[in-house]
Ligand binder design. Sequence first.
Ligand code: NG1
Ligand code: ZN
Length: 547
Amino acid sequence: DFLQQTFNELAANRPRNSNAPQFSYGTSGFRMESSKLDIPLFATSLITVLRSFYCSEFIGIMITASHNPPQDNGFKTIEPHGEMLPHDWEPHVTAIANAVYEGEYLNFEKLFLLIADDLLKGVALEKSDLKIILGRDTRDSSIKFSTFLNNFFNKLTFLNKKRVNIIDYSIVTTPQLHFIVRKHTLNAENTKMDLPKEYFDAFFKPFITLLAQVNIQSFKKLVIDCANGVGALQLEQLLPLYEENSPSLKLELINTNYQDCSRLNVECGADFVKTNQHLPSGISHESTIKSDVLFCSLDGDADRIIFYCLSKDKEFCLLDGDRMATLIGEFFIEKLPKELLSLIKLGIVQTAYANGNSTSFITNDLNLDVKCAKTGVKNLHHDAVENFDVGIYFEANGHGTVVFNDKFINALSSYNLKQFELFISLVNQAVGDAITDLFIVVAILLLLQLDPKDWFKKYDDLPNKLIKCVVPNRAAFETYDFERKLSKPVGLQEKINYIVAETDNSDGKNRCFVRASGTEDVVRIYCEASTDTRVQTILAKVLDAIR
Ligand code: NG1
Ligand code: ZN
């Protein structure tokens, strides 16, 4: 309460610059063109200090703009147990950022120090330590922001030096930073750990053990597109260890040039592949002529992953987040005893962007519960934990994981399912993680002896398209019903309803919705229908209605 009041006072007393951009700390933190990020950096630092005192534990800051282009960047904080900043703190970060004038970098730093000093005067600082963990992606601007944060925290004067502990893990994936913050908290560890070792011992070792137990038939090679980002740096460390046992499943890394940040996410990576629905650059001809190759693409901070393969006649088959969720659901149904399944709630959480046919498949073929959440893994994670004992959640773009509660773990322990328990240990429950999701999917395909082409044939996606549209003020777009309908601008939803109904909709599969992006200054329009023509027709008309 004390902290909140101080906060509110601060926000109220700052001068406002009407020309200043309106910042917003959303479910993925702050994200925008890197030259505009000084103020969001200030707000993030302030909240991290407060949060660290508040929790009396390590708080993480990840510097990344994920799948966004190289010139963008962003920040988000990580809680002591690996979660994201609680929803009710988000407006405070937003308020701080919007209360500050955009100024010279140095003036800004001074102001920053002044406010932090000021703000924390009344707090019982004698008892609190400032504990912060930093991590960043491979962007050039990430180095600048990370240097600023190190200097800023280490220069703070209101604390005895002994009480400041800043640990910088440098270039790491977003999920690795979540993992290591949690590990510091659980182990009460105050000194820097060997992150790659801790992380790979936790997830990679069980994967290798599991691989040694299966007969590798369903595919012979996995090509991993690293988006020229941090995934390459991390996986390159793992590859020699992997090859020590001469496994019959070959791994090949492509798009690994993380040193050249101008190539990050360009013509490659999970977002490029999902959006364009075709192969990224860098795939060799030799890979594409063999049909026993599975492909995947990570995004720029390696928290999401998309799989794909080529059919016998070389058609591109996208295996996205919806397919990963259904695959994992099917695996649980297949491998767990009926009796155990009857005791627990197993279900899947998706967003409005999930393909309609995946939702029908979950309900009608898998007979599982399915819930719709608002965009942003934070929302999906929450709903998975709230509604299920085993909650599988994925955004269609490949961001997700599985969460289990104690009820499930206890029930499982009364059956002697060693291999399944080994499988469970591959899951990074803290957050969606491209590297552990890769282990999970590969393990399932091998354990089920499932050819990726047959995974693709489980159901047919409805033709669909996601486009964006620049509007004067995206804040004017307000939604309800898990973002599937617009309440504002007034009248627009009625127009969309009319367009959707007037386009041939004999099978009732036409679906279109509009929402403001939380990470880009655009609104997104999604449409799916039984034919490409219908999708195109609806999109063109809705675009007209918006403009
Ligand atoms: P926005 O920009 O709010 O649509 C995008 C993705 C989300 C999620 C966030 C955070 C789509 C349609 N939206 O959100 O799924 O990944 O970025 O990274 O892909
Ligand atoms: Zn990402």
